[in-house]
Ligand binder design. Structure first.
Ligand SMILES: *Cc1c(COP(=O)(O)O)cnc(C)c1O
Length: 220
């Protein structure tokens, strides 16, 4: 069995029921992605549209494709063809472009709002206190369905440092759920990476996005 297959099987065995695994595939070859899929991965996370297109040619639509990178407006047209979920919506401008391009395809895109829970200036995502306003602004777009939140938090260091970010995101998630805005459901809470997925699950994540723990270190 390949190392990738072994990692996938181990990880899937470790996740509690109801927690979905997104295999974060940036910088991996389509063959590596295929190995993960053959070992049981059902959702691939891609940061780059072009990489996703290449992997998709090999793996096909037996899996779901989630966009987890920073989406530039000029890539939206290609992104909406491939992806089933866009996890990183953080502005009305991008949401409106997704809506426009999906309308052309007669498709409704599931989107998550990316929360900048660490309040880092250089990071994408909206600040926790601004999420509700953005959701209200885009909830009426007919080809978008807001179904949850995504956050990064710190990628390295002590996993405990990520906990406050996850707690804060969970709070926003629960509040929006209570609000029950029309056209908005809070089904998915995507938090946690290799370093922090255990903490994220403790704080309510039902999607974890794991790269290196499956594919090995990217720098190696
Ligand atoms: C790379 C990446 C991950 C996975 O990170 P690892 O530390 O390799 O597990 C998760 N989410 C996003 C948005 C990423 O870009």
């Amino acid at each position: 069995m390949s190392a990738i297959a072994g990692n996938v099987i181990e990880l899937l065995g470790e996740l509690p029921p109801g927690v979905r695994l997104v295999a974060a595939a940036k910088m991996r070859s389509p063959e590596e992605v295929l190995e993960a899929v053959e070992a049981g991965v059902e959702i691939i996370g891609e940061n780059y549209v072009q990489e996703a297109e290449r992997a998709c040619q090999v793996v096909g639509d037996r899996v779901q494709w989630h966009f987890i990178g920073h989406l530039q407006r000029n890539k939206v047209k290609r992104a909406v063809r491939i992806f089933d979920v866009i996890e990183t919506v953080d502005s009305a401008v991008v949401a409106e472009e997704i809506n426009r391009r999906c309308r052309e395809l007669d498709k409704v895109m599931t989107v998550l709002i990316e929360v900048n829970s660490g309040r880092e200036k250089q990071k994408s995502g909206v600040y926790p206190e601004a999420v509700e306003e953005l959701v209200r602004d885009i909830s009426a777009l007919e080809c978008i369905s807001v179904k949850g939140l995504m956050t990064m938090g710190p990628r390295v260091g002590d996993p405990e440092d990520a906990r406050p970010c996850f707690i804060e995101t969970r709070k926003v998630f629960e509040r929006l759920k209570e609000l029950g805005l029309p056209g908005v459901t809070m089904e998915y809470l995507s938090m946690g990476m290799t370093n922090s997925y255990r903490v994220a699950i403790e704080e309510g994540a039902n999607i974890v996005r794991v790269g290196s723990r499956i594919f090995g270190d990217r720098d190696a």
